[in-house]
Design a protein around this ligand. Structure first.
Ligand code: NAD
Length: 515
């Protein structure tokens, strides 16, 4: 039904990676396996399935040493005035702007994103650097009236320590910058454990930051990167020198990480899976809703935490609207994101493909009908790459398959008859990241905004594509953390309440008498 396009050669992909590495100044020696520890990590491109590199990985011992070094760097970084710390993120932002296209090439090669989406991800990094620079002069606290005469009560915000960032493959560089730009102006050191599926993009992003750090004279070892899989992430999570663990990934990961950090009374910021829904009301602008739905559901091959997975359409418009979605899906070009006009790239791995097929089987068992897509394409050309046609599945009701996140392009459709029912369906899943309503009715829009149980609730735009200025994150199994804009910076600092007595007397609070 849809048109797969030709795939590039291994050499083309290797050339893109090389361009990116050179522009970002990644030390090519990282690609040589480390004879000393013998631990390696293999990087692949989902576009072709080819092996890109075999890297020296960290062992628990080298990870521990880097964390120790970051803890020492923190001791001097915390004393640099915040507006001066802002100069580090300002310089990082400039370098990212200069090398935007090249860093985006690594993201395309390793995460399979289209050049436009990969460049958009780097743009988000540039945006958060600008935001954090401004924030560096606004780490403010409140002053409160004291109940005692001649006293002042105020809050102050202080650097937290070493922040450990764990990130997922699908936003391999932007999520790092959301955390890091704010943590650095807050006065923290940042240890990064990127996804094992996106380690080369991580090296690109971190090399530019390391260059900026050297240029502004930041202490050595302030922003190390740990190369490795879950075991290295786990070593970092258990390390009590890491004051805050900010972890982005699946609910499964959050269930493992959360209790470990809680047990040592560390802080945790969790950004976990979503299972995002959109309601399309009878009064919706249908052309706009169509574009919003198709981008949110099929864009990035369904591999965004904010991807639209559940469409809740009013029964009076469902048939005609779903027909138009199906027609739009048939025009999506699937293939290598390096080719012009391709909108849907590969899934990250064979496991992701298998999970999608399993979900489709379960949906059919639960009474669903696949209206379009679901099949694999380009398998003969590249057996190790996994391209799929995005699927739309009409469901009889919100059945169990719709209650968990399958990280692939499947859009389940259910119908509703009144708004209360639609919102009840919407909220009846364990995750709570992003949500949307398409409507021209003000009362419906406001009702939805007040009752959606998600961290993000939109009107007349899809569930994906957040801006950095707002706080990003979700409720329930999504983990409750907030990153990026608004006052998310507070997560990277600790708050102190200070009482100053200039009265010359010692009155006690609540009128207590003593001595
Ligand atoms: P994943 O959970 O498999 O891995 C994410 C990261 O966690 C990786 O770096 C991995 O090495 C690490 N990790 C896994 N188990 C760990 C453990 N026990 N201890 C320490 N580290 C551990 O996720 P993925 O497949 O890379 O990414 C897709 C998932 O991420 C989806 O569920 C998606 O919704 C979610 N995601 C959420 C957000 C958000 O902001 N809420 C953003 C992007 C992705």
């Amino acid at each position: 039904t849809t048109t797969p396009t030709a795939l590039p050669t291994d050499e083309t992909i290797a050339g893109l990676l090389d361009d990116g590495f050179r522009a970002c100044g990644v030390d090519a020696s990282v690609l040589a396996p480390d004879a000393a520890t013998g631990v390696t990590l293999t990087a692949r491109s989902p576009i072709t399935g080819q092996v890109l590199a075999t890297l020296a990985a960290d062992s628990p011992a080298t990870a521990s040493a880097k964390i120790g070094h970051a803890a020492v760097a923190f001791e001097s970084w915390r004393d640099v005035p915040a507006p001066v710390r802002g100069q580090l993120v300002a310089r990082w932002g400039q370098l990212l702007a200069e090398h935007k296209e090249e860093l985006a090439k690594i993201v395309t090669v390793e995460a399979g994103k289209t050049p436009s989406e990969a460049a958009g991800e780097v743009q988000e990094m540039i945006d958060i650097c600008e935001f954090a620079l401004g924030q560096s002069r606004q780490l403010w606290g409140k002053t409160m009236p004291s109940e005692r005469p001649g006293h002042r009560l105020m809050e102050t915000w202080h650097p937290l320590g070493v922040v450990g960032v764990i990130s997922a493959f699908n936003f391999p560089v932007a999520v790092y910058s959301w955390n890091t730009a704010l943590a650095l102006v807050a006065g923290d050191a940042v240890v990064w454990k990127p996804s094992e599926n996106a380690v080369l993009a991580a090296l690109g992003a971190q090399s530019l930051l390391a260059r900026a750090a050297a240029e502004v004279g930041a202490p050595d070892g302030l922003v190390p990167v740990l190369i490795g899989g879950r075991d290295i992430g786990d070593a970092m999570v258990r390390d009590d020198r890491v004051a805050l663990v900010s972890a982005t990934g699946s609910v499964r990961m959050g269930r493992e990480v959360g209790p470990v950090v809680a047990e040592r009374f560390g802080r945790v910021l969790l950004e976990l899976g979503g299972n995002n829904g959109a309601i399309v009301a009878p009064s919706a602008d249908i052309d706009l809703a169509l574009r919003g739905v198709v981008f949110a559901a099929a864009g990035t091959a369904g591999q965004r935490c904010t991807t639209l997975r559940r469409l809740i359409v009013h029964e009076s418009i469902a048939e005609a609207f779903v027909e138009r979605i199906v027609a739009a899906y048939r025009t999506l070009s699937i293939g290598s994101p390096t080719e012009d006009g391709v909108l849907v790239g590969p899934l990250i791995s064979e496991a992701a493909y298998e999970a999608m097929q399993e979900a489709l089987r379960q949906a059919e068992d639960e009474g669903g009908e696949v209206l379009v897509g679901g099949g694999r394409v380009l398998a003969e050309e590249r057996p190790d790459a996994h391209y799929v046609e995005p699927a739309v599945v009409q469901m009889p009701a919100q059945t169990p398959v719709m209650e968990s996140e399958t990280f692939a392009p499947i859009l389940y459709v259910v119908t509703y008859s009144d708004l209360d029912e639609a919102i009840a369906i919407h909220n009846a899943v364990p995750q709570g990241l992003s949500s949307a309503i398409f409507t021209s009715d003000l009362a419906e829009a406001e009702t939805f905004l007040s009752r959606s149980d998600c961290g993000i609730a939109n009107v007349n735009i899809g569930t994906s594509g957040a801006e950095i200025g707002g706080a990003f994150g979700g409720e329930k199994e999504t983990g409750g953390g907030r990153e990026s804009g608004s006052d998310s910076w507070k997560a990277y600092m600790r708050q102190a309440t200070n009482t100053i007595n200039y009265s010359g007397e010692l009155p006690l609070a609540q009128g207590v008498e003593f001595l």
